[in-house]
Design a protein around this ligand. Structure first.
Ligand code: AMP
Ligand code: ZN
Ligand code: FE
Ligand code: FE
Length: 294
């Protein structure tokens, strides 16, 4: 079983449409695919339509932009009712923050003598639901200011770089509760990725999050070295948290993260689904469930 629970389509900052992502995953011999665009469920329907006609299982999710002790944390929310009002309200707030940040970033770039406007960004982002720095990076690549998204983040867009602008993110503990009330399950994405600060995410922090309803930790991810994976696996075992692994595939948008470069063990996937079932029953909401294609 090849289980890859964290991927992005062009509904956020990936480059494949949701439908082509599902087809590509099937070709790559992925058995279970998680679609987890940043802050949006827009890709769910197209992905589910294709998955239903393909020999693949689709787990619909969202990678929600959250904040914990002042640092950005990405929360993978699987199988929540996408129409639960507190969830849709909060996602709308995050997407608003993404849109209102864009002019501020462009203004800073202009102060640096780099001329990129909203039209340039829209030309590369098309109709993404979740406008982000990767799209600004793509516009800089298109204008030959930089050679890659990586270079754009290093020189301009990363947290230490001169055109960095912060944006709204959801409170992590509150969001874990919201996902649970929506009948879904939460997993912290790449908790110890080096490019993020994560001061609150130690054993004590994870214990508090578990008590708030967290179901798992994404342990196997390319942004984690072996020591990080070993440390997180130990904490997950101590706290009875599910251990996942995923590619964080973004198509051409992220070099070196091919589909299924990291994967989730079948037993851990089953535990995650069990917890999702429990959450769905306790919430009494209409949750999407997995799509088992054929
Ligand atoms: P945003 O959501 O707009 O704040 O942009 C953050 C997203 O940009 C992350 O979720 C990654 O997908 C991507 N990203 C972050 N750092 C880098 C980097 N150094 N190079 C390429 N992509 C990055
Ligand atoms: Zn992304
Ligand atoms: Fe992430
Ligand atoms: Fe991601």
């Amino acid at each position: 079983m090849r289980i890859d629970l964290h991927t992005h389509s062009d509904r956020s900052d990936g480059t494949d449409s949701p439908a082509s992502l599902v087809r590509r995953a099937h070709k790559a011999h992925v058995d279970v695919l998680g679609l987890t665009d940043h802050d949006t469920t827009e890709g769910w329907k197209a992905a589910a339509d294709v998955a239903a006609r393909t020999a693949i299982t689709l787990v619909r999710g969202i990678e929600v932009s959250c904040r914990f002790h002042g640092d950005g944390v990405h929360l993978l929310a699987y199988l929540p009712d996408p129409a639960y009002p507190p969830l849709t309200d909060e996602l709308a707030r995050i997407l608003d923050g993404r849109n209102s940040r864009l002019p501020a970033i462009l203004h800073r770039l202009s102060d640096l003598g780099i001329d990129v406007d909203v039209t340039d960004v829209r030309a590369v982002s098309q109709d993404t639901a979740a406008m982000g720095r990767p799209h600004v990076a793509d516009a800089l690549v298109a204008k030959r200011v930089v050679a890659s998204r990586e270079e754009a983040f290093d020189r301009f867009l990363g947290p230490q770089a001169p055109a960095y602008v912060d944006r709204y993110a959801a409170d992590l503990v509150t969001m874990i509760g919201t996902v649970r009330e929506a009948g879904g399950v939460s997993v912290i994405a790449h908790p110890w990725a080096k490019r993020h600060r994560h001061r609150g995410l130690d054993a004590e922090g994870f214990a508090a999050l578990r008590d708030a309803g967290l179901a798992g930790l994404e342990v196997d991810h390319l942004d984690h070295d072996q020591a990080a994976r070993d440390g997180l696996r130990r904490i997950a075992a101590d706290l009875d948290l599910v251990v996942t692994g995923s590619s964080d595939y973004h198509g051409a948008g992220k070099a070196g993260h091919p589909l299924a470069c990291d994967t989730t063990a079948a037993e851990e996937y089953e535990r995650l689904l069990d917890r999702a079932d429990q959450a769905a029953r306790a919430a009494g909401r209409s949750t999407p469930g997995i799509v088992v294609g054929r």
